[in-house]
Design a protein. Structure first.
Length: 322
């Protein structure tokens, strides 16, 4: 028996479209039976062109609680077998609330997904700091819910535009049911999001403090870059989890990745090794990161960042004067 596969698309971007394309490959017969859930603001055309059969469009400008209520109500009515979310900060929250509301399982931050012939979703994610990979299944509850990390399945030339058919759009009214949750704080740094950034300035435990991370943020704001971090610097409290690069954070592919005070643990390297140019700054000339770097600088990170800030500020001032 074929089960229904759904994907929640928070916004139309290469990550979401790439994940939708990945779902098409889960069936051996390649028959199109994927439905998408999108917000009112999302354009349905590229979703259909990437192979969605039906689209459930969530009406209203709901927050995460209202959206989770709408999705939970849809699930009760249509009983999907699988729902996949991209592991953005917002979609992680929504997925968790939906799973709690429906009393089913959730595998977070998966790096791969597969579907067995009996419609069991095999959800692969790293464990024990990325030293092993675990295959997780949810045999007895439905829907099976997983979040997949951004950067894993990116949209390339995987368009279904030839012969693609526009399916049905079902408008979903706002729901009065809301998961019981409380938003404590919204962090808005004004910086580029990691997944979309062309340049990433990343700090490791070697930056030594939250003040060091603020210095990286200042340089990033001046240059239009995003800020990243290693797991050790996040664990030390220098950076928030949203900055984390690696198997236990985000997989990214920027044009330029600059690692300040990062030694180069294996789980971190996997998160950024596909960057076009890698620049490493570290006082330890034997640090593993230098084996992967295109440019290596054996130095304390702080004087370099301070010098770059000074140079950029002077250039911006000269431009504004003229």
């Amino acid at each position: 028996m074929r089960g229904k596969i759904w994907i929640y698309i928070e916004q139309i971007d290469p990550d979401a479209l790439g994940l939708l394309y990945k779902l098409q490959s889960l069936r051996e017969d390649k028959k199109n039976d994927i439905s998408a859930i999108i917000s009112t603001d999302c354009d349905p055309a590229p979703v259909f062109l990437r192979g969605a059969r039906n689209i459930y469009r969530l009406l209203g400008k709901g927050d995460e609680r209202k959206i989770s209520g709408q999705i939970a109500a849809l699930c009760r009515e249509h009983t999907p077998d699988v729902i996949i979310f991209l592991a953005t900060i917002s979609s992680r929250n929504i997925a968790a609330m939906v799973a709690a509301e429906l009393k089913t399982g959730l595998s977070a931050d998966c790096t791969n997904i597969a579907l067995r012939n009996d419609n069991i979703l095999v959800q692969t994610r790293p464990a024990f700091g990325g030293s092993i990979f675990a295959d997780i299944i949810c045999e007895h509850r439905r829907p099976q819910i997983a979040t997949v990390r951004p950067g894993i399945f990116l949209s390339g030339n995987n368009s279904f535009s030839e012969g693609a058919e526009m399916g049905e759009i079902i408008n979903v009214p706002e729901s009065g049911d809301e998961a019981f949750t409380c938003l404590l704080k919204v962090l808005n740094t004004g910086l580029q999001p990691l997944s979309a950034a062309k340049i990433v300035l990343s700090g490791g435990k070697g930056i030594g403090s939250t003040e060091g991370m603020r210095l990286l943020e200042k340089l990033a704001a001046l240059t239009g870059a995003a800020v990243g971090a290693s797991r050790s610097s996040v664990s030390a409290g220098y950076a928030q989890y949203g900055y984390q690069v690696g198997l236990t954070g985000q997989i990214i592919r920027p044009d330029v990745y600059v690692a300040f005070g990062i030694s180069g643990a294996a789980q971190h390297l996997i998160g950024m090794e596909d960057a076009k140019t890698i620049i490493a700054v570290n006082t330890d000339r034997k640090a593993p990161i230098f084996e992967y770097a295109d440019i290596g600088i054996v130095s304390d990170w702080k004087p370099i960042v301070q010098k770059l800030i000074t140079v950029v500020e002077k250039k911006k001032m000269a431009v504004s004067v003229h």
